[in-house]
Structures are given as C-alpha cells and as structure tokens.
Design a protein around this ligand. Structure first.
Ligand SMILES: *[C@@H]1O[C@H](CO)[C@@H](O)[C@H](O)[C@H]1NC(C)=O
Ligand SMILES: *[C@@H]1O[C@H](CO)[C@@H](O)[C@H](O)[C@H]1NC(C)=O
Length: 354
C-alpha cells in the first residue's frame, strides 16, 4: 500500500482530502503507525475558522489532527519500546532534545516543540504517521483505540490534577464541562478526590459530568453568588479549582470559591486580559498555576487510569465520522458546538483511495 491520504487544511475554511507521499522511517528510533482513531479538538476548529491561534499561524497547507491512536506497522532498527502490531496512543508533541525546558523537566514548554497540527507541523489525520518510540504508549488489551485517542485530552486533565496536587479526599471544583473539563473531573475523582463539583452553563453537559464521576454539578447561568452556592452544595470550599473554560467569570468565581491555601489551575484559554480578584490571592494565600498541555509521565498515567477501570471516557464521545467524511466532521463540529463534546474520526481504512 503506498500513498498517504491526509486531511489537509489548505487555508481558512478549506479542508480537503489530499494524497501525500507515504512517510519513510529514517530515524532508527522512529515507528510508523497506521492511524485508526482521531478526536477533533477545539484547536483544529479554530485553525479551520481563523487560521491561527495566538502566535501560531497557518501559512501553508497543514494536515489536521493530534488526538490519535493506531497500530504500529513498522519500526526503526533500534526501537525497543514497541513492536509491529502493537496498538498505541500517540503523544503528538515532540520537544527539542537540546532545549533548556526539555533538560529541566518541562518539555511541554519547549519553544521548539514540533506539535502535530500546530503550524507549521502536519497532524496525525492521515493513513501513516511517524513518531519517536518514546512518544507512543502501548495500549494494554483492555484499553480500546477510542480510549487511546482520548489519552490526549485526558493527559491534559492528568497534568492539571497533578499541578493542583489532587490527592485522596481532596475537594475539587472544575469550571467548564467541555472535553478537558469533563476529563479533569473524572481524573480528579480517579486520583482520590471525594468531592468533585463541575460548573457550566449547559445542563446537558452537566448531565455528562455526573456520568463521569462528578459528585456535584452547578449550572452557574442564573446564580448570583457562586461562592455561597458551592458552600451549600459541598459543605466547604474546594482545595483545588481547575479552570477549563477560559471564561472571565469562571476565573473570577474559581478564585472566589477556593479554600484559603488552595490551588487554582488555569487550563482553559480565553481572552488574554481579564479582570482578576488579585486581592483574594493574597488574602487567602492561594497558589495560581498555569497548565500547558502535559509533560513527562502524563500520557503513561492517562493510559494507566483507563486500564485501571477507575475512569470511563465513553460519555464524552458524542459523535463519529468515517475518515472519508472528515470534512463533514469538522463542519458538523463547527455548527453544533453546544451538542458536541467529542467527535471521533475512524480510519482511514487500509483500502482507502482518493
Ligand atoms: C476528608 O476531608 C474532609 C474535609 O476536609 C474531612 O472532614 C474528612 O474527615 C476527611 N475524610 C477522611 C476519610 O480523611
Ligand atoms: C486491564 O488489564 C490490566 C492488566 O492486565 C489489569 O491490571 C486491569 O485490572 C484491567 N482492568 C480492568 C478494568 O479490567
């Protein structure tokens, strides 16, 4: 089988299926993966509609997709961590192995990161994708390819729970019930939190949160005093807030509801400049942390959490499309934001021809 059908963002508003050359292994520690499942992320949609996110601008055609799993079809001569036939989750960002950030243990912050579907790097939504062997995680038999694809957003959630210091009997509040917020709630619960409150403005999303381990939900739409409401629900204030919406009001409420000495983790990306209750940070000696993607061990732990059965990702998968209909999948996501949590693109099939 030659050729590499790929889902390409040509320019703003134009997604096409394109035949690209099949990638060849040149690095002896690389593996070639036949892609089987890919989740659509909000960032893909943003590149589709705006052509850029912050300083990342799509200047030439780019293959989309970065939440993928697949099957290893070929390995470089020095690969030891996986073998042909293994089902794997692909960690889609590879840092420079020479950067200070990498060497100091923060490779997610490496300025030379080659991240799939972040310009100028091609994404994973194609037949064959190459990855270094240490950026794939072999899936145990009881972890599905769907779960393998969801290891990507789940790793963000794992990173957030670790940054927040979530532990046994923690009380956690999560703002935003999109994929990362829902997975953050599930992850915090799996890591031992006894109280996990999820806040959003859509009841349909809060229902999913309850299916994923949230112990409490709060629709903040018409709530005047979120702090009082949270105290009523939990009987106390949370130790950790994971902000996964990026909305200014959620950031403000997140700081307000934290217990003194608590930790606030900003995961969501919204406006660059917001009003911020800085007085509360001083008065309550809060710790405020930023969360960018994930780092060493997070992918491995995400897969391990799914294998343990302590965390069920199924409820977030709300829609599915075949690879040949990938463009429809993006359009559907674009126009049905409220109803879609996560769309999975299946394939391509081995036989797929353009
Ligand atoms: C869990 O935390 C709550 C609130 O801090 C505390 O009252 C309770 O005793 C703790 N439970 C256990 C089993 O440690
Ligand atoms: C999945 O398999 C692993 C390894 O064999 C095992 O430890 C784990 O308990 C299994 N998980 C479930 C949910 O059965």
């Amino acid at each position: 089988m030659s050729g590499n059908p790929s889902v390409v963002l040509r320019k703003v508003g134009e997604i096409v299926l394109e035949e690209r050359p099949e990638p060849q292994i040149t690095d002896e520690r690389s593996v070639k993966i036949a892609i089987k499942r890919t989740g659509i992320c909000g960032s893909d949609i943003h590149y589709y509609t705006h052509g850029k996110i912050g300083s990342f601008v799509v200047e030439s055609p780019m293959v989309l997709g970065h939440e993928s799993s697949g099957i290893v079809v070929e390995v470089g001569s020095k690969v030891t961590k996986c073998k042909v036939g293994d089902r794997v989750a692909i960690e889609p960002g590879v840092p420079s192995r020479y950067s200070d950030e990498y060497k100091s243990g923060h490779y997610n912050l490496c300025p030379h990161m080659a991240f799939a579907a972040t310009p100028p790097f091609d994404g994973t939504l194609c037949r064959y994708y190459l990855s270094p062997e240490d950026f794939v995680v072999v899936l145990p038999d009881n972890v599905s390819l769907d779960q393998g694809a969801m290891a990507e957003p789940l790793s963000v959630a794992v990173h957030a729970s670790k940054l927040g210091g979530v532990h046994f009997n923690s009380s956690v509040a999560v703002f935003g019930a999109g994929p990362v917020g829902l997975l953050s709630a599930a992850c915090a619960r799996a890591m031992g939190a006894t109280q996990v409150l999820v806040a959003d403005i859509f009841d349909s999303k809060l229902d999913i949160a309850l299916n994923m381990g949230a112990t409490h939900v709060l629709n903040t739409m018409n709530v005047k005093d979120v702090r009082t409401e949270v105290e009523k629900l939990l009987g106390n204030y949370p130790d950790v807030v994971i902000e996964a919406s990026g909305a200014e009001i959620a950031i403000i409420n997140g700081i307000k509801i934290l217990k003194a000495g608590g930790t606030f983790v900003q995961v969501g990306m919204g406006k660059d400049l917001v009003q911020f209750p800085i007085g509360q940070v001083a008065e309550k000696e809060l710790t405020v942390k930023g969360n960018f993607r994930y780092c060493h061990g997070d992918y491995r732990d995400a897969v391990a959490l799914m294998a343990s059965g302590k965390l069920n990702i199924e409820p977030i998968i709300t829609h599915r499309f075949a690879f040949k209909n990938a463009k429809d999948a993006y359009d559907f996501n674009l126009h049905n934001g409220k109803d879609v949590i996560k769309t999975i693109i299946e394939g391509p099939e081995e036989s797929h021809k353009l």
